[in-house]
Write a protein that binds this ligand. Structure first.
Ligand SMILES: [Zn+2]
Length: 271
């Protein structure tokens, strides 16, 4: 929960909940709406002032203008009118958007990309998508802009999007954990565990990590070549690895200016 004028937001209360999942996409969407309304009521009870508006962001293909979650491959919904559903039940104004683009907007107005006109915000989490900021505006492309995780880098493995060779299959934090487990037979909690193994010299972890860095570097080189951003801000779970990611990635992508955004910084909570 945030208060203050635009550009000067102050976090006054924070709660985290896992994303609810149900049997199908429509039921999951309904559970997400319920969860948002519960959370708003709980946060409203903690603050000195009542909740005046809701800002809600979701992953997948999002049509901000219509307020619709068009498609989420991970959560299974299609064409859910989130903004209308939330506004009707909460009786409040609702701003609705895409998680990564909202993160990019937060980095632009409050975070590491502040003062830039052209920037890329690249959170590397369960999936990989970028917020592309050009001329001081976050590009939406009707919900399809910035899907850098689904560029083909030639490894040939099939991806859930229907194409082959996608960056995301090798370089998302979920992929890093999955590929390490497949290679060694050892389950890990996530990419952070693989990063720890790299630091102590585990050769399997080094191979998996290097492949992820190489895939990300190709995607970043492509993006930098096309857009010429002044700043590239890295976020998400993999950015928690710090210099283990930024140093080799900056060198390979020829961007020594990569900025990891601190965990829990502007992106994600004040977006
Ligand atoms: Zn793909």
């Amino acid at each position: 929960m945030v208060t203050g004028r635009p550009g000067e937001a102050t976090v006054v209360a924070e709660r985290r909940r896992p994303t609810p999942r149900a049997d199908d996409g429509d039921a999951t969407a309904a559970a997400v709406v319920d969860s948002v309304l519960d959370l708003a009521a709980e946060l409203g009870g903690l603050a000195e002032r009542p909740v005046e508006a809701l800002g809600v962001v979701v992953p997948g293909v999002v049509d901000e203008e219509r307020g619709v979650g068009v498609l989420s491959a991970n959560l299974g919904w299609r064409d859910v009118p989130f903004r209308r559903l939330l506004a009707e039940r909460a009786g409040l104004p609702v701003a609705f958007g895409h998680d990564v683009r909202a993160g990019g907007l937060a980095e632009l107005t409050l975070g590491a990309a502040r003062g830039s006109s052209d920037a890329v915000f690249l959170p590397i989490g369960t999936g990989i998508a970028a917020a592309l900021i050009m001329g001081g505006r976050v590009q939406s492309g009707g919900g399809y802009a910035g899907e850098i995780g689904h560029t083909d880098i030639g490894h040939g493995e099939p991806c859930g999007c229907g194409q082959r060779g996608c960056v995301e299959r090798v370089a998302s934090s979920a992929a890093v954990a999955r590929r390490y487990a497949a290679r060694t037979g050892r389950e890990v909690r996530g990419a952070v565990d693989v990063a720890e193994a790299v630091r102590v010299g585990d050769p399997d972890a080094v191979v998996v990590w290097d492949e992820a860095v190489d895939a990300l570097a190709r995607a970043l080189l492509l993006t930098s070549t096309l857009l010429g951003p002044e700043v590239v801000v890295l976020g998400g779970g993999l950015a928690l690895a710090g210099d283990l990611l930024t140093e080799p990635l900056g060198a390979a992508a020829r961007r020594p200016d990569l900025l990891p955004t601190p965990a829990g910084a502007a992106a994600g909570r004040t977006g």
